[in-house]
Design a protein around this ligand. Sequence first.
Ligand SMILES: [Mn+2]
Length: 362
Amino acid sequence: MLEKDAVRESKKNKEVLDRLLKESDRVFIVAHDRPDMDAIGSAIGMSLICKKKGKKSYIVVDDEVEDMEKIAKGAVIDTKNEFNYIKSSELDSLLTNNSLMIALDVNQNNRVATKNHLKKFKKIFIIDHHKTSDKTIETPYSYIREELSSTCEEISRLVTLNGVKLNRKYANFLLAGIMLDTYKLNVDSESMLMAVAKLLNKGAKLDDVKSMFLISPEHFGLIRQISGNAEVVTCQYAITFDRNNPNRIFKPEDLAQIADDMLNIDVSAVFAIGYTNPDTISISARSNGMVDVASIMKMLNGGGDKNRAATQIKESTIEEVYNKLIRVLMPYKNLEPEPQKQLLLNKKNNWLISCFILVINN
Ligand SMILES: [Mn+2]
């Protein structure tokens, strides 16, 4: 996004937030289940804004700290005495008639810890950068922009607009959220880089944040081994899974890291497949910007944003999921087409032509 557009939109968001905070007595901040650092970083930033405005706020997280992504887990443990982290089971005793819910980095009603309490909030404000769907929470107050690099980018601007003073730790958390969702700032976005510059000005340190992302040599070896085994199909897509141990159960962030690593391959989109539960196989998808992976994952009942998306498929095998993905990526694989006719049909879609030529050559 351009800085001038982002600032204009953030100013509008500030006005909406000011009004909603004034009209509410308590604020319940909620991010997506299994929160990552963009979710936790933005929840921390929003809590600081509420504090500055003199509003009591809570961060609702049902996941156990041990189950969280490494950086988010570190941030929650580090700030457990600074913010009011609560579980949704405590909502019944804490909710008032004038409670505001703020959903950050999420817009789907089935992915928030407050899913069973949505009707009990007087108002709901959403700030997010994921695709909407029929599960998007209905509210007149929402700012959902797929062009936004990360939720932490928007929260960083709101923190500045509200005159919130950040210490180095909080500035680092917001920067970590942005880095997580931008392959460590590898996204063409003026507004994102300006937000980063302002965080650096407030004391954030790139070296501190980079060190949060470091992993052990063994773990790095595993990630590299699986990303290095990727198969390239139609010159366009790279797909991988653990060929040595297909039944291995991954943490979702490990699959995400494998997919991130595969972006070093010269293709348009990459997919890492693996079990994330004994009965659930996940696909973590990444794009270099040429292909909308959220649309691809949507065809497999998943979602995400243009460059990062994922899906979960229950009660399947790796082979079945791989074949499902191939059918979505190469719709002609299982047909017996007349080559000439198909090529003509897809004259406008160069990538489809290249897919097709490869399929018929196989
Ligand atoms: Mn995010």
